[in-house]
Design a protein around this ligand. Structure first.
Ligand code: NOJ
Length: 568
């Protein structure tokens, strides 16, 4: 039997305020290539921390909790939208791109948050939503009262309808949220009028990016936030800003081409222009694309040297070793071919939380996981895969995105009653799809506090499940076996061992349901199969199983649904 050694990660400090062993803030922030290897933590402001107790998270809440993120060891935060918005799509419907919605605070709160984050060596990325605005945006309101063909209508995609009296939508496109992608307006004189395009909810009209005024406006918005010190932008729907000329019908399967509202060549000119603008600013400010383009080889177009820095790779949300291996290879090859890092994503505010998602096949979870889903495994049955997935993602070279609560091992909230649901997807599909509320529930900080420490009162904009008490951060901080401490140890080791800047090499000789590779001086094994796998020789650095450290020294096999990092 091979003898093994291992040091348990020290439990995190109770206050969440312990300085971590990293260079000081100014050194960290000076690194020009930081984005190639950064661990970036997504904050969903509605659900992160609520400083004023109204049940909705806010920017002051973020500032107050930054210590916990510094302690986790992340490099940057990305905040989903906090701009002025009617909140029809949780803030991805922006009415004023250059102000903070009173729900979340003020611009002064924003500045204080950026300053506090930078003081801790944490960069700040904000979301920008250029495909569409809110219907409450002054431009859209002006378009509604202006005439067809006017300059006001020309900022959006208004068209006459088809049919004898314009009663049919201009084309056959469907909204990503269900239902048609067109809504007909009533003209100011009371007659049925033109239609406008909305790839998402009807409250989110698409801009017309062939209009130079739209380009100018977004340059102004980028500068507004860059001048306030942001380190970059996550670009919403970065694949769809430009639509095919003439807005033709979409016939899926006609050929291998993308839909007429995705991946048009001219979209890249926009981001080249934005890149030049960002490069005028000191420090390396970044653009990260949300571009769900397939195949991955095409997605790499977004990260060519003169465009964006990163594009998300959402390839880590299923539990199938062969498919994972192929996806990882595909991403590394595609992004490597243009000299860009991969930006790995296991979960975000749009998907089912990892703990739950990995227990279902994509077909089984297609409509979401909720009250009517049968056979939802227990938490204890579900958490091992998510922990192993964390160790897979953090062992891969490149940048990694964590979605708030992922580090706590939060499961999907599957018991939200219909009456409490807020996601437009739920309503536009008449409940056929649960939508995304289950991953957006306010997160737990203290197990015994009102709203589990999310805020100062019991208020929470979505109901929190009881298991939040067990998974609250304070409970996990002191427990060396907790998921929080697993993430903390993996993030630290990943940097220390150079996995983030390393190279992956698959190891031969393992069964098809085992992922086995080396990166830097670490051997990584993930067992997705049903049988234990013998471990190779070497010092065990980390395992995903909660364990007693004495037993670990005698560990010879890797159990199903677990992962291990071994010093090769
Ligand atoms: C992608 C965002 O992540 C999602 O939350 C939003 O609903 C759509 N884009 C529309 O902005």
């Amino acid at each position: 039997m091979t003898s093994r050694t291992r040091t348990a990660p020290a439990p995190a400090h109770e206050s969440g305020d312990l300085p971590v062993s990293r260079p000081d803030a100014s050194t960290v922030l000076a690194d020009p290539e930081w984005w190639r290897t950064a661990v970036i933590y997504q904050i969903y402001p509605r659900s992160f921390a609520d400083a004023n107790g109204d049940g909705m998270g806010d920017l002051a809440g973020v500032t107050a909790r930054l210590g916990a993120l510094q302690e986790l060891g992340i490099d940057a935060i990305w905040l989903s939208p906090f701009y002025t918005s009617p909140q029809k799509d949780a803030g991805y419907d922006v009415a004023d791109y250059c102000d903070v919605d009173p729900l979340f605070g003020t611009l002064t709160d924003f500045d204080a948050m950026v300053e506090a984050a930078h003081a801790r060596g944490i960069r700040v990325i904000v979301d920008i939503v250029p495909n569409h605005s809110s219907d409450a945006h002054p431009w859209f309101q002006a378009a509604l009262t202006a005439a067809p063909g006017s300059a006001e209508r020309g900022r959006y995609l208004f068209r006459d309808g088809r049919g004898t009296a314009g009663e049919l939508p201009p084309n056959n496109w469907a909204s990503f949220f269900g239902g048609p992608a067109w809504t007909r307006i009533v003209e100011p004189d009371g007659t049925p009028g033109q239609w406008y395009l909305h790839l998402f909810d009807s409250s989110q009209p698409d801009f017309d990016w062939t209009n130079e005024e739209v380009h100018d406006e977004f340059r102004r918005i980028l500068r507004f936030w860059l001048d306030r010190g942001v380190d970059g932008f996550r670009v919403d729907v970065a694949s769809s800003l430009v639509k095919a000329e003439g807005l033709p019908d979409y016939h899926p399967g006609d050929d291998d081409e993308m839909p007429p509202y995705e991946g048009r060549a001219a979209v890249h000119d926009i981001f080249r222009d934005w890149r030049r603008l960002l490069d005028e600013y000191p420090g390396e400010r970044i653009l990260a694309a949300e571009a769900w383009i397939k195949p991955l080889a095409r997605r790499a177009d977004w990260v060519r040297h003169d465009e964006m820095h990163q594009a998300f790779n959402d390839v880590l949300n299923f539990w199938d070793a062969s498919a994972l291996r192929a996806s990882i290879d595909g991403a590394l090859t595609a992004f490597g071919s243009v000299g860009a890092p991969t930006a790995w994503v296991a979960s975000n505010h749009d998907g089912i939380r990892t703990v739950t998602t990995l227990m279902f096949t994509p077909a089984e979870r297609a409509g979401g996981v909720g009250p009517r889903t049968t056979g939802i495994p227990s938490y204890d049955q579900s958490i091992p895969r998510a922990r192993a997935m964390a160790m897979l993602m953090l062992a891969l070279p490149g940048s990694a995105y964590l979605y708030q609560g992922e580090e706590l091992g939060l499961p999907e909230a599957t018991d939200i009653p219909d009456a409490a649901r807020q996601d437009p997807t739920f309503f536009r599909t008449e409940g056929e799809q649960y939508g995304r509320d289950g991953c957006r529930v306010p997160i737990p900080w203290e197990s015994e506090a009102p709203s589990y420490g999310f805020g100062t009162t019991d208020a929470s904009w979505l109901p929190q499940p009881e298991i939040w008490g067990r998974l609250a951060r304070d409970r996990q901080q002191a427990d060396p076996d907790s998921t929080l401490n697993l993430y903390r140890a993996a993030i630290a080791l990943r940097r220390e061992r150079g996995l983030d800047a390393g190279e992956l090499e698959w190891l031969p000789g393992y069964a098809a349901d085992v992922l086995a590779f080396t990166n830097a001086d670490v051997t990584v094994l993930i067992n997705t199969g049903a049988e234990p796998v013998p471990l190779p020789a070497g010092e065990v650095l980390l395992t995903s199983t909660p364990h007693d450290f004495t037993a670990l020294t005698a560990l010879t096999t890797l159990a199903p649904d677990t992962a291990v990092w071994i010093h090769a």
